[in-house]
Design a protein around this ligand. Sequence first.
Ligand SMILES: [Zn+2]
Length: 115
Amino acid sequence: MELQVYGYKCRKCGQLHYPFRMVCKKCKANEPHGFDPVPLPKKGKLLTYTDLSTLPADFNVAQLTLGIVELENGIRVTGQVRIPKPKTGMAVRINIETVRSSEFGKNLGMVFTAA
Ligand SMILES: [Zn+2]
């Protein structure tokens, strides 16, 4: 099963939000208008990235790369970059995978791979 992340579209003005917000950032609408979940695109462009080498002690990797990706619909998301030699501006695919595992469990998040 492929996991999916959703954005939230304002029912009044159509503005898309991610992550979820209680109040629309464009028209300031709130309940009773509300928001409709919309699947986020699986493709985007790598805007920037950075390598992290000083992770908290309970990470089971020595180093990881974080990046910011602009999705096809303009929404920007943060996640882990799993590309050997990333380049800003490159096309990436957005996957939902384990981003951290420890003896207490696993955390899912966005992982960017080369498109
Ligand atoms: Zn709105």
